[in-house]
Write a protein that binds this ligand. Sequence first.
Ligand code: PLP
Length: 273
Amino acid sequence: MRIWLDGELRDQDSARVSVFDHGLTVGDGIFETVKAAWGTPFALTRHLDRLTRSARGLGLPDPDHDEVREACAAVLEANPMPLGRLRITYTGGHGPLGSDRGEHGPTLVVAVGATTRRPDTTAVITVPWTRNERGALTGLKTTSYAENVVALARAHEHGASEALFGNTVGQLCEGTGSNVFVVLDGEIHTPPVASGCLPGITRALAVEWTGAKETDLPLDVLRRADEVFLTSTLRDVQAVHRIDDRELPGTPGPVTAKAMRIFDERSGHDLDP
Ligand code: PLP
């Protein structure tokens, strides 16, 4: 595997960051996961824009989009694969053993791993922990993912592939690595960004392409929704066939199936929507 680290491609074994990198010591970093089919990234412009928004939220210097594009192209060319997930990581760089940033600039790493197309349906659980809709990091794609790691492990214990969070006021928010949509009386709804969810790129495309409404939803909407689906870079649109103990027979339902079709068609035609 060839990896981009601070301006050049290196072999995986020689690509090393400092043990004092703040991405490692204090989780001071941001990232993007970008899907790439046959060497072409999907929606890269939107991912770069979110990377910049996340950098600004953390007070990191703006990432150089030209460099990140060059890095993505170089990594994809050096590691050919049919379906890949680019991982762009941008940290506070190496600094003192504390929370203050050092003099060094940020660290940029771009790597790629092979992935496969997601199954059409999946099971999810809800977790009792809450997303903070008013935190300093809310809405930013930071590397501080330990809460998601814990929730995802619980999902796996229950035979599910995703765990859904509510926020501090009992509203539905998002999954560990996905946004959530529900179908009520034929209409598609998803929690607004103010719920504390990440402004997912797949979510934004699904809202634009299906006309889904952004609606405050109580967490228990999951017990009565006619259909539920997830969106994310690696899932695209994925139907949910079980939420905790509730089975949803006939998944994907008609509205979700249509959303999946629309997403596949539109994203196949426009690689940088
Ligand atoms: N919410 C969280 C917490 C995520 O980590 C992700 C993606 O990793 C998403 C939502 C979905 O975002 P996107 O569609 O941009 O992949």
